[in-house]
Write a protein that binds this ligand. Structure first.
Ligand code: DGT
Ligand code: CA
Ligand code: CA
Ligand code: ZN
Length: 605
């Protein structure tokens, strides 16, 4: 992260509209929605939903796959959808889709994403009441015009209004995990303080937060309690609560100050395993797991497994699981870490007992990218080093910004030499005291707009670690920014590619880099790919990190700390790695500095 004002404008306007993976994913999802409203075959709907999800999380560029005639290699994409994607990539639209879109007003499609308004309801509101947008839906509910429909009442109108409010908040801002996690932990801590000793037998945060997704829709807390009533009451009256959306015997929902919603469910001890599994999700993982269970003759829900009669057990026989692991094992699977539960192959790997031995935060032995007051950090090198030592690190690379960044007083060769003296003095002191810690001389060198670097090669050659990053011109056209990045990656002195896409989650889109080409070049040249652990970046993300390892890259997990507390974000970076199926061996800074340096490309040559 840099506090410099990044240059986001530029070639944006000049750039011709080019269909992106995201556009295609959105179009496929839209078609799925329309098909639902039109009562199309369920399997056709699911096919489009699956294809949309596959495209959304694809690391390769669709244009490349199309050029190679490989669109059908995408999971969930058959001939029909592949042809449609090809047409969309070439013409920006698909004739068949345009016909579908013409049949349903866009506002009606939007309506199905309002909680408590599914496709069936949206269709009825449209056809029977003439409601064609969320705004009209709100007006109709407020005016009491919906209760005239069969099966609807005043209560459903209230529900719809609340749903609209929630939907608005949700689409506007899913909460970054860096904000949501401390809030959720705060709720848990306050709740524990306010209930009697022993009232909460078990408690776990489930949902997307347990899976460490980068953004959180709402927080799901699961509890076992012999006395649910006082737990629910305490939950609804926590100091953080702004409003209570609902409070029942076993389920309550609250909204916190910044709009984050938290659900609390109380379950019975015998249901714990199935409930924790169910509410951890993801929905896609659960769907796949349920299918597997069905194949074995069991129907799975949030309470238990029930025999369908298709298997050996007599119809209706029920199995309960006090632990999640027992449920997975019953189905012939190894327990699956929550971070992997996205239906990206984890169920097959669990069945084959080939799940990866995921990296953990305590594997990290040092960091290779951090800042000091020499550029835009707030603490001296000595203070940052103490913070690193306090975390048990054995090394920490001082990587202040180079010149070329405009706003920040970046380091030139002369200041870098002066910094070297300070670092040498600190290292000498620790060595004399027999302390096993050393500072590394590094730089976060700016990748300039043409792909040359902010410092000359002979200066970079002297350093222990060179991180190269882009902070400006992030909106350059795809071919330009890709060529720029490739040029930096091919520089023999660049050891690590820092926060590759430049995104800021929720506020700045990633640059239009051809990541497949960039990661392939990193693999070829031995350039380490950074997972920047700052929760506003998480860059590269889980999908790219996984692809990087597939292509043969090594990773580094760095906090890019700018202050003494900056290293506290490490768990977010480790979570990205875990969601990417990464083991300690894939990450260079799980090793001693002597071993790391042998892996960096400058030394390998
Ligand atoms: P979020 O809140 O949008 O960040 O994502 P999640 O994954 O926390 O989703 P949420 O809060 O809607 O639901 C929590 C979990 O409950 C979810 O991960 C899986 C399960 N779940 C919710 N709805 C469904 C459903 O319709 N089908 C299945 N199979 N599971 C569901
Ligand atoms: Ca959730
Ligand atoms: Ca929820
Ligand atoms: Zn940095």
């Amino acid at each position: 992260m840099t506090q410099a004002v990044d240059d986001d404008t530029g070639a944006k306007e000049a750039q011709a509209r080019r269909v992106t993976n995201r556009d295609v994913a959105a179009e496929l999802a839209l078609v799925a929605d329309i098909l639902q409203i039109l009562d199309a075959n369920r399997f056709r709907v699911i096919a489009f939903q699956n294809a949309a999800e596959s495209v959304r999380t694809l690391s390769q560029d669709l244009h490349t796959l199309h050029a190679e005639g490989k669109l059908q290699s995408i999971q969930g994409v058959g001939k029909g959808i592949a042809d449609a994607i090809a047409e969309f990539l070439t013409h920006g639209k698909v004739a068949e889709f345009e016909e579908l879109k013409a049949q349903v007003p866009a506002g009606v499609v939007e309506m199905i994403h309002v909680p408590d308004v599914g496709p069936k309801t949206a269709k009825r509101l449209w056809q029977e009441l003439g409601v064609t947008s969320v705004a009209e839906l709100r007006a109709a509910a407020e005016a009491g015009r919906i209760r005239v429909l069969k099966g609807f009442g005043e209560k459903s109108e209230q529900k719809i209004l609340r749903g609209i409010e929630l939907a608005a908040r949700r689409t506007r801002d899913r909460t970054n995990i860096g904000a949501a996690r401390p809030l959720a932990l705060g709720v848990v801590e306050a709740l524990r303080e306010r209930v009697a000793e022993g009232a909460i037998a078990r408690l776990e945060i489930a949902g997307s937060l347990r899976r460490w997704k980068e953004t959180i829709g709402d927080v799901d807390i699961l509890v076992v309690s012999a006395t649910p009533q006082p737990v629910m009451e305490a939950f609804g009256t926590l100091p953080q609560v702004v409003s209570v959306l609902g409070q029942g015997e076993t389920k309550s929902s609250i909204v916190l100050g910044d709009g984050l919603r938290v659900d609390l469910r109380v379950v019975e001890p015998q249901h714990w395993g199935a409930a924790l599994q169910y509410f951890t999700g993801s929905k896609e993982h659960n769907v796949a797991l349920r299918e597997l269970a069905l194949k074995q003759g069991w129907s799975l829900n949030e309470y238990s497994l029930t025999a369908t009669g298709e298997g050996e057990a007599p119809t209706g026989e029920t199995r309960y699981f006090e632990e999640e692991q027992a449920l997975y094992e019953f189905l012939g699977l190894a327990w699956i870490a929550p971070e992997l539960r996205e239906n990206r192959g984890e169920i097959a790997a669990a069945a084959a007992r080939t799940l990866p031995d995921l990296i953990t935060a305590d594997c990290i032995r040092g960091e290779l990218h951090g800042h000091s007051t020499w550029s835009d950090g707030t603490a001296s090198i000595a203070e940052m080093a103490e913070a690193a030592r306090a975390r048990g690190y054995r090394y920490w690379a001082v990587c202040d910004h180079s010149t070329g960044l405009g706003m920040v007083g970046g380091l030139d060769a002369a200041r870098l030499a002066a910094q070297a003296a300070e670092i040498a003095e600190l290292n000498a002191r620790w060595e004399a005291a027999g302390v096993d810690f050393r500072l590394l001389r590094g730089i976060e060198v700016e990748i300039l707009s043409d792909g040359t670097l902010g410092l000359p090669d002979e200066v970079l050659a002297e350093l222990d670690v060179v991180v190269a990053s882009i902070h400006s011109g992030l909106r350059q056209e795809r071919a330009t920014i890709t060529a720029r990045c490739l040029r930096a990656v091919r520089n023999p002195h660049v050891d690590i590619l820092g926060h590759a896409t430049g995104r800021l989650i929720g506020t700045r889109e990633p640059s239009d880099l051809d990541m497949e080409a960039v990661l392939a070049a990193c693999a070829e040249t031995g350039t380490v790919v950074e997972i920047n652990a700052h929760p506003s970046r998480l860059d590269v993300n889980d999908v790219y990190a996984r692809r990087a390892v597939e292509l043969g890259c090594k990773l580094a997990i760095n906090c890019d700390a700018h202050e003494v507390d900056g290293m506290a974000v490490l768990p977010y970076g480790v979570a990205v790695a875990r969601r990417a199926w990464v083991t300690a061996a894939d990450v260079v800074n799980t090793r001693s500095w002597d071993d790391v340096r042998g892996l960096l490309k400058d030394r390998r040559r």
